[in-house]
Ligand binder design. Sequence first.
Ligand SMILES: Cc1ncc(COP(=O)(O)O)c(C=O)c1O
Length: 345
Amino acid sequence: MHRLTPYVPGEQPKLANLVKLNTNENPYGPSPKVLDALRAEAAETLRLYPDPNSDQLKAAIARYHGLNASQVFVGNGSDEVLAHTFQALLNHDAPLLFPDITYSFYPVYCGLYGIHYETIPLTEEFEIDVDDYLKPNGGIIFPNPNAPTGIPLKLSGIERLLRANTDSVVVIDEAYVDFGTESAVGLIHRFPNLLVIHTLSKARSLAGLRVGYAVGHPDLIEALTRVKDSFNSYPLDRFASAGAIAAMEDHEYFEATRRKVMATRDDLVSALRQLGFEVLPSGANFIFARHPGKDGIELASELRERSIIVRHFKNPARIAPFLRITIGTDLQNQQLILALREILA
Ligand SMILES: Cc1ncc(COP(=O)(O)O)c(C=O)c1O
């Protein structure tokens, strides 16, 4: 166990009044219908265990995507769904492939489950080139849009990868897909080796509730369910299920908040470019940017002095000049731009 290198999540500071733009949470609260559902759940029935199969939630997710409930798996945050995916579907003799710059939990799960992996370098433009993945493998996983770059890969690229790679499972982690990236969910009918993972933490403003899900061929879902049932019968409590159902059903609120976040992102990108930043194209609720005149670590610490926290990654060296900035409210955006203007003056 002392050889495990755990994942280090972004800081959750205890101080109030910070402009917290470091962990890609939604700046808007969850739908009022979610809050109503949670209040209704605070009842005498809490003495009873929840449904171990989360059937109602699976049905709500299936309805949202136009799928059958047998194509849906749910878990305690998409991190748990990912963990079961690594154990159930990605542990083979040939190496698992993922980008060299990506969600840093992937190598951690490989360490936990003893999975052999190989990282594939992003291109000079920090993009995923699917041709680089066309070689023998025990599975392929990457986020789309990728994290922390935010760069989306077109659906045609994913389709090309799936057509060429039919013998191992391909996992697309769509944590941020609702902020302007094309989803691969529609491809699961044609590709039985495709698993697509979603979370309610980002576009549905429910990071605190811990709900994520995977959709794919029923055989993949069954494999995940076996692992889950060997680990925890009740990963989703009554609150999580009730809140998640309400969130999946409130289309209007979901549309309004994700569009607002994307509009604020557009404003931020143009303001940053005016300040001389290079901003990578983003299909996410965060942007990845660097300034030719100041290193990422300096910028991050000068922002922190002004009570604004953003995320900086020291490794790999290629991304050390960058900051990953979560899209906040318009007010937070203005505070951030003002602070950067001051710092760079
Ligand atoms: C790419 C990616 N996948 C999955 C997750 C996990 O999200 P959650 O466990 O909150 O569903 C995150 C969280 O930041 C992420 O960035």
